[in-house]
Design a protein around this ligand. Structure first.
Ligand code: NDP
Length: 279
């Protein structure tokens, strides 16, 4: 089975659009404010995509685009103003920030109740302790893909390759919450092929083109490829060698069209959930 992230993301967006209409009926227009600093071209594209997605579901989006010279104090003052503004339900600070700005205190200045990305340490703590809170969008999107594909996780061996704060670690927490037996592999893992061969569910979030060979995949495993890598020939590929992996897997996500579309869909969901909770 090829897990169709585009179709599932469209379904999530439709659900969000419905929730937005309900909130509007009660006098609340969900609002997402995006803060972008400097001229990073990829960030400009991502922010445009996020704002367009907001428009499509009826979320009011605002962008604060600050010059690259913006200082730490000025940026944190803006975040605090947004924290205090009742029309702002979700705040997202687009990363990366310029080198002279320390990202951590900026992200920590976001009110956890407005943390659209789910990166605030308070919300990370909520995830690990099973409390409702906004969740990191990419791994939460993966969980939705697994649910839609009716993948049973209870008692299954799940392997997450990658331990970043935005994908690998929250992914491990979410799989554990669903009763999988979770292993997290990373750059110091000594036998990646062996770990992959034992996994019933594999989530690859590494950022290295096709580093996981198809022949390693446990026959019948479910393969979720978060990686997005541009090959020298210009082709966008995942972290898993797709063709041979697809022959062994029972279900697999393509790149593009798998996990990618889910990330923005779950950002919209976080925003509407924050607006509903605030109300
Ligand atoms: P990071 O660079 O933050 O983390 C990469 C992880 O991979 C690290 O934990 C690193 O280990 C591990 N790693 C590196 N090399 C190896 C190796 N040879 N064997 C095993 N593990 C290794 O990346 P992100 O988590 O931010 O992103 C991962 C991928 O997912 C990227 O391709 C990114 O583009 C993509 N992505 C896609 C999204 C989407 O919407 N589809 C959203 C976010 C990310 P160590 O900790 O030891 O350094």
């Amino acid at each position: 089975m090829i897990i169709d992230g585009k179709a599932i993301a469209a379904q999530v967006r439709a659900e969000v659009a419905k929730a937005v209409q309900e909130l509007k009926g009660r006098g609340v227009t969900p609002g997402l404010t995006v803060v972008r600093v400097g001229e990073d071209p990829a960030s400009a594209i991502y922010v445009r995509g996020k704002r367009k997605a907001c428009d499509e579901v009826g979320i009011h989006s605002v962008e604060h685009h600050l010059p690259a010279t913006t200082g730490q104090a000025e940026l944190m003052a803006l975040v605090r103003r947004l924290d205090a503004d009742p029309s702002v339900h979700g705040i997202l600070v687009q990363l990366p920030l310029p080198d002279h700005v320390d990202e951590e205190p900026v992200l920590e200045a976001i009110d956890p109740a407005k943390d659209a990305d789910g990166f605030h340490p308070f919300n990370v703590g909520c995830l690990w302790t099973g409390k409702p809170a906004p969740r990191a969008c990419t791994p939460w999107g993966v969980m939705r893909l697994l649910a839609e594909a009716k993948v049973e996780l209870k008692g299954k061996r799940a392997l997450v390759v990658g331990r970043s704060n935005i994908v690998g670690k929250p992914m491990a927490a979410m799989l554990l919450e669903q009763h999988a037996t979770v292993t997290v592999a990373h750059s110091r893992t000594t036998d990646l092929a062996g770990e992959v061969a034992r996994a019933d569910v594999l989530v690859a979030a590494i950022g290295k083109a096709e580093i996981i060979r198809g022949a390693w995949v446990n026959p019948g495993a479910v393969v979720i490829d978060v990686g997005m890598n541009r090959r020298p020939d210009g082709k966008l590929v995942g972290d898993v060698e797709y063709g041979p992996a697809a022959e062994r897997a029972s279900a697999i996500t393509p790149v593009p069209g798998g996990v990618g579309p889910m990330t923005i869909a779950m950002l919209l969901k976080n925003t509407v959930d924050l607006a509903a909770r605030r109300r």
